[in-house]
Design a protein around this ligand. Structure first.
Ligand SMILES: Nc1nc2c(ncn2[C@@H]2O[C@H](COP(=O)(O)OP(=O)(O)OP(=O)(O)O)[C@@H](O)[C@H]2O)c(=O)[nH]1
Ligand SMILES: [Mg+2]
Length: 171
């Protein structure tokens, strides 16, 4: 069975690398380096994340993108031929909705027909505004919008499983 290709994308610090590591059944590939541009966390992705999992016997390859715009050339490279997109949005980051819209305007010009599942992260943080994320226009094209913690197995698995069910339903 040909593995599905799922793109895990979103703005800086939304939890992409964490989600791929949480779900991967093999040792995930990371390309994180130390960065001072991400004040809350010492590392940022500069190339890709890669992990592999199975969802109801369906092999799934997970490709995480960098969040920083200066590595945006990787969005196109990794977005080639994807079956579905997991979009993570950090609800505790005031610029997350605008950053996500900018990322999607770049990515979705080539991915219009690709199913998109939104995961809202950091809803447990005090200064969190999940309602602002839910009101964003990109949620209108999503097959699902759920609050998740990218480090929690059940949360992340449910998000990817919903996307895989949607993709395989049409096959
Ligand atoms: N409190 C909280 N922390 C979370 C949640 N989801 C993810 N995190 C944490 O947020 C951080 C996210 O970091 P990364 O996974 O490196 O984020 P990223 O999207 O890969 O970031 P870039 O590669 O820099 O774009 C990690 O420290 C996670 O443990 C959540 O729902 N709540
Ligand atoms: Mg990352």
């Amino acid at each position: 069975m040909k593995p599905l290709k799922i793109l895990v994308t979103g703005a800086v610090g939304s939890g992409k690398t964490t989600l791929v590591a949480t779900l991967s059944e093999i040792e995930p590939v990371r390309t994180d380096v130390e960065s001072k541009e991400t004040p809350d966390k010492p590392f940022t992705t500069v190339g890709l994340d890669y992990g592999s999992m199975t969802v109801h016997d369906m092999p799934v390859n997970l490709f995480g993108t960098p969040g920083q715009e200066r590595f945006g050339y990787m969005w196109d490279v990794l977005g080639e031929g994807v079956d579905g997109i997991v979009l993570l949005v950090n609800a505790s980051n005031d610029s997350a909705v605008a950053d996500t819209e900018r990322l999607l305007s770049h990515l979705l010009t080539k991915q219009e027909a690709v199913p998109l599942a939104v995961g809202i992260t950091h809803t447990d943080v005090d200064e969190s505004h999940p309602e602002q994320v839910r009101a964003a226009s990109f949620t209108e094209q999503a097959i699902s919008v759920d609050a998740i913690d990218a480090g929690v197995q059940e949360d992340s698995e449910a998000l990817v499983a919903a996307l895989v069910a949607h993709i395989t339903r049409d096959q």
